[in-house]
Design a protein around this ligand. Structure first.
Ligand code: SAM
Length: 235
């Protein structure tokens, strides 16, 4: 039966495409791509010549119904984003929800995504964590950060190199400069770098060396000691 496949693609290193992703892409009738040029290069690299439809955040609302009808008409579609797993800080959620509402089977392949290697590289507890994606740049930012100041789980943020220092400074003000954090840059690429330290140390590091490339910021949760001290003073 026709269905929607969600297909993760490499976040930098093309060798990270899975054998199954190649098989599913080669068998799909249509590939839905966030950027048809970017995905066109990947498909060419894989030796695949596929019909590509554009599916990005600006047309997703208008496109989902047509996509669902196409699948109901018997064609199997595969959604890819520019990099990583569709639906993770990328278009996908709306399409998946619409397909499920129409009774269309959705199958997500496991594969590359930036936050998992960043989380494991950080060395912080990964038994419980929260993925925060991109922080709001303006509206709602302060409120979100104040809520997260009480978060005890490891926190993961996607961040732009231009905003990293600002975010590190805001976190240091709210969480304290001694809170441990880890910055993973350019994961899976030639100049991959993982810098670990306190927020104060990371601010110093990235003040000396301008941050460049794609970044995941992982921040340790509020330590138990701080939480215990706080509840004692509140009693
Ligand atoms: N769908 C993707 C995923 O599964 O990770 C995320 C897409 S989001 C639009 C792009 C953000 O992911 C970047 O700004 C960066 O924060 C993070 N990212 C993507 N590739 C990365 C890489 N190679 N190294 C570090 N961070 C990366």
């Amino acid at each position: 039966m026709a269905k929607l496949y969600i297909v993760p693609t490499p976040i930098g290193n093309l060798d990270d495409i899975t054998l199954r992703a190649v098989k599913v892409l080669s068998e799909a009738d249509i590939v839905l791509a966030e950027d048809t040029r970017t995905s066109g290069f990947l498909l060419k690299h894989l030796g695949l010549d596929k019909k590509l439809w554009s599916h990005h955040k600006f047309n997703e609302h208008a496109a989902v119904e047509a996509v669902a009808s196409t699948i109901l008409g018997g064609e199997t579609l595969a959604l890819v984003s520019d990099a990583g797993t569709p639906g993770i800080s990328d278009p996908g959620f709306l399409l998946v929800r619409t397909c499920l509402e129409r009774g269309i089977e959705v199958e997500t392949l496991p594969g590359p995504t930036a936050f998992v290697p960043a989380l494991i590289n950080s060395g912080f507890p990964a038994d419980r964590f929260c993925f925060e994606g991109f922080l709001p740049p303006k509206k709602g930012r302060s409120k979100r950060l104040h809520v997260l100041a009480e978060e005890s789980r490891t926190m993961i943020f996607y961040e732009s190199p231009y905003r990293l220092l600002k975010t590190l400074k805001e976190l240091a003000d709210l969480f304290g400069p001694e809170r441990e954090a880890s910055v993973s840059r350019e994961l899976t690429k030639k100049f991959e770098e993982n810098v670990r330290g306190t927020l104060a140390e990371l601010i110093e590091h990235f003040t000396r060396r301008e941050p460049k490339g794609e970044i995941v910021l992982v921040v340790a949760g509020k330590p138990r000691k701080e939480r215990d001290n706080q509840s004692e003073t509140e009693e």
